[in-house]
Design a protein. Structure first.
Length: 150
């Protein structure tokens, strides 16, 4: 009987000592990191332009979906921005996430929310497109977050 009690105690100790994953505060911290990155991304788009912001926050293997076409990789994203004819047009993009979540391992997260894209043509007409964005974030080797899907 003593042997069975010892086995039960050892088993109980092993089960309770095993980590069940990160704590609530750790997950909250990761979510805040992603939200801060998203905010910095949006601010950079306002201050230095959309191409600069996207290229700064894109992972090397990032994918954009624009007009039902996939733009794969940071080099292709740079070329996409170079090919856009925005000369003479004033453009702005603003967005704010409404939701953030992160994986239990803390290496992938996602946000979604609403955006407003405004452009002014050569006649001074302002055109607005409002919609919903969804961004997938991946923690990089240096600990920073970069988007892999937008």
């Amino acid at each position: 009987m003593k042997f069975l009690n010892r086995i039960a105690i050892i088993t109980l100790l092993l089960v309770t000592s095993c980590s069940s994953g990160p704590g609530e505060e750790t997950i909250k911290g990761w979510k805040n990191e992603i939200l801060e990155t998203e905010q910095n991304f949006a601010e950079l788009a306002q201050e230095e332009g959309i191409p600069k912001a996207f290229l700064t926050y894109a992972a090397e293997d990032a994918v954009l979906m624009r007009n039902n076409t996939l733009v794969v990789g940071k080099i292709a994203i740079a070329q996409q921005f170079e090919n856009q004819n925005t000369s003479g047009n004033k453009v702005s993009l603003s967005w704010k996430p409404d939701f953030v979540d992160v994986s239990i391992s803390g290496d992938l997260g996602y946000t979604y929310g609403s955006f407003i894209y405004s452009s002014q043509d050569s006649l001074g007409q302002t055109n607005k497109i409002e919609g919903i964005f969804h961004t997938v974030w991946k923690r990089q080797a240096d600990g920073s977050w970069k988007f892999v899907w937008d």
